[in-house]
Write a protein that binds this ligand. Structure first.
Ligand code: AMP
Ligand code: ZN
Length: 461
């Protein structure tokens, strides 16, 4: 087995992936803060690490990979949303966690093995905080508990920031209870009306960084193989997770590989509320864009590179999938997935090069098309299906993809035959016959699309 190469943010280069225990490969990804419907940027890490999860399951066996992706259900934005509606935070978090799971399923994102919620791990957060205070890495002040960044020598190593620069760069208005301007909050008092938990340091609520450190230890252990998230989380979130966990665990590394996905922009602009350009898969799905189209569009870029999201990207993804589904419809039938194709595996093992993996799909589709024997064809189709399982594509029935569910087998066969005859007529330069068939197809409401892999068709909407 060729080793998987992963770009490690801490090492600033690709490294061969060696798990601590191949029988239990562990991965944690910072999940959504459930205060509103997730946007397309939030789904970039979800899709990126879903591809890695699928690859790891392929390499080590489905039962040997433990993937935890948390639900951040304690957060100021959640408090604000709950206050605005006059409801308990659980009303908000349950509503948006449910939508997140539904959207994820529509995008063929596998449920993680474990989905810890911050509210379910309060006692572990408090224990971690106590360990840090006892060890002299954190201190209580004015109802807050703060991490003393000078107590951890390697603070800043992940993001390559020097502590002096961080202290100098800290905003002028530093809270009076902080020893160093760069110290960060582990625990803070809740404002009146906000949810509150008891702790030995006074009532309050945990900071976001503490939530992840505690959930990682609770679900996966002290040192995990892979930690992932968006590039915006490198500093301060992941830097702080490392500091807390390493100091509480006698210096043990929190994660052996740090992976970060690049940012997604919309029509070349930063996605933001003020620009009003926030794209949500939930709304795209409601408008009839297929989940696999959204997923395919996401995979056209390498996960570490910035990706620009726009309508053309979606249209191209639809066309590409139509071509591939067309091949599956013509030759696939109910073929079972075969062996995963080498070209796709090779691309994915090379730091999840999904653009290369997608290009390989067309090579395989071409092979299915040109196959001279049934065995050859079946092999190519099996490879296509197996590649689909690795990439989270081709999970739909090919007839359903083209909206042909309502047609009987006889009706479909009749149109397939007409399409085939039209192709033959054209080849024989019998254009009169080809045009006559086109008219016949038109009358049946069939919209045919010719492409390099042959003709696909659907019914006009
Ligand atoms: P949040 O729900 O804000 O905690 O974010 C969840 C995840 O989405 C984090 O890993 C972020 O890094 C990621 N994320 C947010 N916006 C974008 C974006 N525009 N492009 C890529 N990833 C993003
Ligand atoms: Zn986190």
């Amino acid at each position: 087995m060729t080793a998987i190469q992963l770009h490690d943010t801490a090492a600033r280069k690709k490294r061969a992936f060696v798990p601590q225990d191949p029988a239990r490969v562990t991965m944690y990804v910072c999940g959504p803060t459930v205060y509103s419907t997730a946007h397309i940027g939030n789904f970039r890490p979800a899709i990126t690490f879903d591809v890695l999860y699928r690859l790891l399951r392929h390499e080590y066996g489905a039962d040997h990979v433990v993937y935890a992706r948390n639900i951040t259900d304690v957060d100021d934005k959640i408090n604000a949303a709950a206050a605005a509606e006059g409801v308990d935070i659980s009303v908000i978090t349950e509503r948006f966690a449910k939508i997140y799971r539904e959207d994820s399923a529509a995008l063929n994102i596998l449920p993680p093995t474990i989905e810890p919620a911050a509210t379910a791990h309060m006692s572990e957060m408090i224990t971690l905080m106590e360990q840090l205070v006892e060890g002299g890495f954190a201190y209580a002040a004015e109802g807050h508990v703060l991490f003393d960044v000078t107590a951890y020598e390697q603070y800043g190593a992940l993001s390559k920031r020097s502590l002096d620069d961080m202290i100098a760069g800290a905003r002028v208005e530093v809270a009076p209870y902080k020893r160093n301007p760069a110290d960060f909050v582990l625990w803070k008092p809740s404002k009146p009306g906000e949810p509150v938990w008891e702790s030995p340091f006074g009532p309050g609520r945990p900071g976001w960084h503490l939530e992840c450190s505690a959930m990682i230890e609770a679900t996966l252990g002290q040192t995990i193989d892979i930690h992932g998230g968006g590039a915006d989380l490198v500093f301060p979130h992941h830097e702080n997770e490392i500091a807390q966990s390493a100091c509480a665990h006698g210096g043990a590394a929190l994660a052996n590989y740090w992976l970060h996905n690049g940012f997604l922009s919309i029509d070349s602009e930063k996605m933001s509320k003020s620009l009003g350009n926030i794209v949500k898969p939930h709304e795209l799905l409601e408008r009839g864009v297929k989940g696999e189209v959204i997923r395919y569009a996401m995979l056209t870029g390498h996960y570490r590179a910035p990706l620009d999201w726009n309508d053309t990207l979606i249209e191209r993804a639809q066309k590409s999938l139509d071509r591939l589904y067309g091949v599956l419809r013509r030759f696939g039938g109910d073929a079972q997935p075969g062996d995963a194709p080498d070209a796709v595996l090779k691309a994915l093992r090379d730091d999840m090069n999904t653009p290369k993996a997608l290009a390989a799909l067309f090579e395989i589709a071409g092979r299915a098309n040109k196959a001279e024997t049934e065995t050859e064809r079946a092999e190519a189709v099996g490879e296509l299906k197996a590649a689909g399982d690795l990439l989270g594509l081709f999970q739909e029935d090919a007839d359903a993809w083209f909206g042909l569910d309502a047609l009987s087998e006889a009706e479909k066969a009749e149109i397939d035959a007409l399409i085939a005859e039209r192709g033959e007529s054209r080849k024989a330069k019998d254009f009169a016959r080809a045009d006559a068939i086109r008219d016949q197809l038109d009358a049946k409401g069939v919209q045919a699309e010719d492409g390099p892999e042959g003709t696909t068709w659907r019914l006009k909407g």
